[in-house]
Design a protein around this ligand. Structure first.
Ligand SMILES: NC(=O)C1=CN([C@@H]2O[C@H](COP(=O)(O)OP(=O)(O)OC[C@H]3O[C@@H](n4cnc5c(N)ncnc54)[C@H](O)[C@@H]3O)[C@@H](O)[C@H]2O)[C@@H](O)CC1
Ligand SMILES: [K+]
Length: 463
């Protein structure tokens, strides 16, 4: 896993390390890494034009020392001071290295703007002068490299309630921050480059899934496995209104680690499912349920509540979410809402959830005592005990009808295969996105093609 720490955790680790090192060492480490990253971004340093936007704190200090480094290597570096205060040592270093102080008039003709306005000490939003400078860069299409975080975003939540920098690259120090992974701020970061400055950090608040994590938890069958021990999944999805949801969710389930799939629903839909997937059988004992995708008029809330209260773990998706209430023990339940569905569950509007995805995923996990997989460009997974995992490998082409049905079926199969809701959500989100990348290859795709690409995505992961 990659890790994202809170501002408080970073500050504590920095203070501990700073106490052991000569003054300014950490900033020098940060600035050197930043200068190298800017040089790489530009494809060279000599003769490059660099404008630094400088705020009042150490974020500006990093930018000024990096600017001094670049000026020593032949760049023309100009600092635009956006506050009465600027890091004194950094400003002196820049001037000694041949850099100068200029104004926003220098922005249109520069090769890159370096955002040293605020970092982890910043509140959301930009003051008028900073905003005006950022707007000039945007108007002239000048790329912005953000120092530590794009200024104006909410570092600990990933929210962007106010104007902020949209970076072409973010260079961060010591560890990732939450805004680097949680949208909408994550999108504002562009690619994120991490510079090691030697911090010793506690366990992270937020983890980001990587291939090795999923490989380690995937339930691979062994010599003694049979179709029952590999897990049997019950599907209560689709309806005469939406028969396709049943066919698609079944495709997702069969591409998971499960040994057998049972379909429960109207005859006409069951026939359509068996026509597409002859291996599917009818009602009987299961190890987990996937419920809700495309249920439409078939939604049977009392029956779903019975299954939620039973011992078998449940994936609850789409229409099925209407059966969820905040009473009872639901720690074996994984819900897979998009922002609109989560907003209805929590009684807030959709834009509010979109703006603070981490906060509302956590709130739903706590309120309903379930694991939440909040779908989106980056998927936020929150467990009732406070653990958060993020999946970042999705492609925008995955935003296609039925893709959620594939995910629900796949997550159900992973639950039936014995994974915890948190691990099932992690593997489900990761593999779903990996399959979408294969299916799309940079172009349009369909939900069924994503499901058909799941075995190959899984093979590549496990091999
Ligand atoms: N502490 C350390 O050891 C290190 C710090 N580093 C840098 O230091 C940064 C943190 O520095 P600071 O704590 O000085 O804080 P910042 O430089 O992030 O912010 C400075 C000040 O800006 C003001 N401010 C807050 N919100 C604002 C807004 N929206 N618009 C304008 N001004 C605003 C506040 O008074 C804040 O204290 C990190 O992000 C990183 O870039 C790095 O040099 C690595 C080492
Ligand atoms: K910044």
């Amino acid at each position: 896993m990659r890790h994202a720490h809170t501002v408080e955790q970073v500050r504590a680790a920095e203070a501990e390390l700073m106490a052991k090192l000569p003054e300014g060492t950490l900033m020098q480490r940060a600035a050197t890494g930043l200068a190298v990253a800017i040089s790489n971004f530009l494809g060279g340093t000599y003769g490059a034009r660099v404008v630094l936007l400088i705020g009042s704190g150490d974020n500006g200090g990093d930018a000024l020392y990096a600017g001094a480094n670049l000026a020593r290597r032949g760049a023309q570096v100009t600092a635009v001071l956006l506050s009465d205060r600027a890091h004194a040592g950094g400003l002196d270093a820049l001037k000694v290295a041949g850099g100068r102080v200029g104004s926003t008039d220098d922005i249109p003709s520069t090769d890159v703007v370096v955002d040293g306005i605020v970092g982890i000490g910043g509140r959301p939003g930009l003051r008028a002068e900073a905003l005006a400078a950022v707007r000039v860069a945007e108007r002239y299409g000048v790329p912005i490299v953000a120092v530590d975080t794009p200024s104006g975003v909410d570092v600990d939540t990933g929210a962007t309630p106010e104007p902020h920098v949209n970076a072409a690259l973010t260079v961060t120090f010591g560890t990732h921050k939450i805004c680097h992974f949680v949208d909408p701020a994550a999108t504002a970061c562009g690619p994120v480059h991490l510079v090691d400055i030697g911090l010793d950090l506690p366990s992270a608040e937020v983890q980001v899934l990587q291939a090795a994590d999923i490989r380690a938890l995937y339930p691979v069958p062994h010599g003694e496995s049979d179709k029952y021990s590999r897990g049997v999944l019950g599907l209560m999805v689709g309806s005469t209104q939406y028969p396709g949801a049943a066919v698609i969710a079944t495709a997702g389930a069969l591409a998971g680690p499960v040994g057998m799939v049972r379909y429960v629903g109207p005859d006409a839909v069951a026939n359509a499912v068996r026509e597409a997937h002859p291996e599917v059988v009818g009602d009987g004992r299961v190890q987990a349920w996937a419920i809700g995708s495309g249920l439409g008029d078939e939604l049977d809330i009392p029956r779903i509540r019975e299954l939620l209260d039973a011992d078998e773990p449940v994936v609850l998706d789409a229409d099925g979410l209407k059966a969820l209430d905040d009473s009872g023990d639901h720690v074996d339940v994984l819900i897979t809402p998009h922002a609109g569905e989560l907003s209805r569950l929590l009684g807030v509007d959709r834009a509010t959830v979109e703006g603070e995805r981490l906060k509302y995923a956590r709130l739903a996990a706590e309120t309903f005592d379930v694991t939440v997989l909040l779908k989106g460009a980056t998927t936020v997974i929150a467990s009732p005990d406070g653990e958060v995992r993020i999946n970042t490998n999705a492609t925008p082409w995955l935003a296609t009808a039925g893709a959620g049905d594939v995910l629900a079926g796949l997550c159900g199969a992973l639950l039936a295969g014995g994974l915890t809701p948190l691990d099932a959500a992690s593997a489900g989100a990761y593999l779903h996105a990996a399959a979408a990348n294969l299916a799309s290859a940079g172009g349009p795709t369909t939900a069924i093609t994503v499901a058909q690409s799941l075995p190959e995505a899984t093979r590549r992961l496990l091999s």
